[in-house]
Design a protein around this ligand. Structure first.
Ligand code: DX5
Ligand code: ZN
Length: 214
């Protein structure tokens, strides 16, 4: 069964706890936590102190998506704030060695490690790391904003990642423009985790919205 990760980027930040409660489905869903620095992406969201507030009020698995320049600089803060999984962007690191060090640091802290690729980046860029990753995040929109339209180029990348998995453990997550229709396409291509922000949080019935993605 596919996992749903509602993105709190589309929640009401003044009522995060209440919004988290509305998506709680017995612990099955994750929370997707989008961190934007106004530099790697042209938007600013929230940082690690809000993450620790969130951690204090939920047991849900928190999937932290770092859309920041120099992810190594703040890695410890996000780990200490309670992340369960940390994704950084391959486009945000300057060398393969740096990516390897980040994966190792995330694992040493007891978290799961993931790398994301933007729509313009090929799967090829992360192939050297696949043995060590717990997840790969395929962006189906340009990172930075919720509510954009799904880019179908992500489907080929999901298919490719599934075909080359060969027993490796990594999950395939897709992020951006997910609704009932695009979720269907992503599940068909082999996605394991679907991030959905506006589709879930703007729905009248959020539980029904989550169910319609499965
Ligand atoms: C975009 C973020 C997404 C975003 C998805 O940069 O990484 O997680 O919240 O929002 P929707 O589902 O509205 O496209
Ligand atoms: Zn995201």
């Amino acid at each position: 069964m596919v996992k749903i990760a509602p993105s709190v980027l589309s929640a009401d930040f003044a009522h995060l706890k209440e919004d988290i409660d509305t998506i709680y489905d017995g612990g099955k869903s994750w929370i997707h936590y989008d961190v934007m620095d106004g530099h790697f992406v042209p938007n600013i969201s929230f940082g690690y102190s809000i993450l620790s507030n969130l951690r204090a009020v939920t047991d849900l698995f928190i999937d932290v998506h770092l859309m920041i320049t120099d992810p190594g600089q703040y890695l410890d803060e996000f780990i200490n704030a309670g992340a369960d999984l940390i994704t950084f962007h391959i486009e945000a690191v300057s060398s393969m060695q740096e990516a390897r060090v980040l994966i190792q640091r995330i694992h040493d802290a007891g978290c799961l490690a993931s790398i994301s690729i933007k729509p313009g980046t090929d799967v090829e860029a992360i192939k050297p790391f696949l043995d060590d990753l717990d997840m790969v995040l395929v962006m189906s929109v340009e990172p930075g904003f919720g509510g954009q339209s799904f880019n179908p180029a992500a489907l080929d990348k999901i298919t490719e990642l599934k075909e080359i998995r060969n027993g490796r453990r990594y999950l395939i997550e897709v992020d951006g423009g997910i609704n009932a229709n695009t979720a269907n396409l992503c599940r068909g291509a082999g996605a394991d985790v679907l991030v959905a922000g506006s589709y879930v949080f703007k729905a009248e019935n959020r539980q029904e919205a989550i169910d319609s993605l499965k």
